[in-house]
Design a binder for this molecule. Structure first.
Ligand code: ATP
Length: 374
């Protein structure tokens, strides 16, 4: 059966669930969000990514209703949310601290918001049980928060946030308190729960890998502006700028002079180094100053000069970072430029073919690198 790809942002007939329309937020004379427009669609798992202070939390707080835009408007299902107080919005925010009530049981924590809204005990009990099942917490219903693990507490917070069936759930560093292994497992759980409930999630995370794993789309922000909004694959493979290329994952960025030849750019970056070739659908003009971004895993490393490849450079191994499953080689060219190449460690260490100071050849295909303007 053919699976339809989830991409409502690409469908002109789809209406966004959330619309930021030219939103500016100032604190005194400091502009935290700068004339920003953004659409987020129902059922998306949308990640906000960017350096500390770029405005991620401010975006979330405006959605939740804890802050109001200075200019512009935010729409939820087509309606301006400005006049709607936080507790009347179909929006819930899950904080990193989880903010569980320590004296209440897991069951009572999840029921808390529901009890304030409804007196129907049977309906509340049914909903809490449903949430316990969804988050696999049935066994822990009677325990207090200090009697369960960090991962379980995280699930209680999630169950409580979803109990009132919000249209939109805001997650501020939801896995920040968990260790790496548990964090990775929980990412998949979060995706599973998001899919089962059909709730739209907006997540703030410092962890780029996490954003790339869970998100349908990622917004890379800087200084209150959106730099690029795209799927994780596009952000990684087709970064729109050096900023984005550099922000996510490892990359080598070469600065040089590009010249358009057919559907590719010929790229000269240093005296005595061969020209490089990069195919692209982008038009950066006939010729000029530009940049070439190349991911280390796209660079092959070999002892002998490879034949029939559009990009070949000679260098010397300066450094090797052994990461267990992969190794990253830092290879220095004769002009001092360092290029990173990554290899999967499918062979045992003792049989590894390269070591420090080895002369090696680097090569990549003409579609492996991305040409970029500043
Ligand atoms: P982090 O990743 O560190 O949490 P962030 O991207 O979430 O950062 P925000 O909390 O949105 O950043 O803050 C954006 C900018 O706005 C920061 O420079 C911050 O100092 C400023 N800011 C946030 N809230 C206020 C406030 N109430 N008064 C003044 N400035 C504020």
């Amino acid at each position: 059966m053919a699976q339809t790809v989830f991409a409502p942002w690409a469908d002109p007939n789809e209406k966004p669930l959330i619309e930021f329309r030219n939103v500016t937020k100032r604190f005194g004379d400091f502009t935290a969000i700068d004339d920003l427009s953004l659409d987020i669609y129902a059922r998306e798992f949308f990640a906000l990514l960017g350096p500390s202070g770029c405005g991620k939390t401010t975006m979330m707080r405006m959605l939740a209703g804890f802050e109001a835009p200075t200019e512009g408007s935010i729409l939820l299902s087509g309606h301006d949310i400005a006049p709607v107080p936080p507790n009347k919005r179909a929006v819930n925010m899950m904080f990193q601290s989880y903010a569980l009530f320590p004296h209440l049981s897991v069951w009572e924590n999840i029921a808390f918001g529901l009890k304030r809204e409804s007196k129907d005990k049977a309906a509340i009990a049914a909903r809490v049980d449903e949430m316990l099942k969804l988050t696999r917490l049935e066994k822990f219903a009677r325990r207090k928060p200090h009697q369960i693990s960090g991962g379980q507490r995280q699930r209680v917070a999630l169950a409580r946030s979803l109990a009132k069936a919000p249209k939109l759930l805001l997650l501020d560093e939801p896995l920040g308190a968990l260790d790496k292994k548990l964090r990775q497992d929980t990412q998949f759980e979060l995706m599973d729960i998001q899919e089962k409930t059909g709730t739209t999630f907006v997540i703030v995370t410092h962890d780029q890998e996490e954003a790339m794993t869970v998100a349908s789309r990622v917004a890379v922000m800087d200084e209150g502006k959106l730099i690029q909004v795209a799927t994780p694959a596009q952000i990684y493979e087709q970064p729109g700028s050096i900023y984005v290329a550099d922000f996510i994952g490892e990359v080598t960025i070469l600065e040089g002079h590009g010249e358009k030849v057919g559907d590719a750019y010929e790229f000269a970056f240093a005296e005595g180094q061969p020209r490089l070739h990069a195919k692209t659908s982008r038009d950066l003009g006939a010729a000029g100053r530009m940049y070439l971004a190349i991911r280390p895993e796209k660079v092959s490393i070999s002892a002998d000069k490879p034949e029939d490849t559009p990009n070949v450079l000679k260098g010397r191994i300066l450094d090797i970072a052994y990461l267990g499953n992969i190794s990253t080689y830092h290879v220095e060219l004769s002009n001092g430029q360092i290029i990173k190449a990554q290899e999967a460690n499918t062979r045992r260490l003792s049989r590894r073919s390269f070591t420090w100071e080895d002369e090696v050849w680097l090569s990549w295909t003409d579609t492996a690198a991305v040409v970029l303007e500043r």
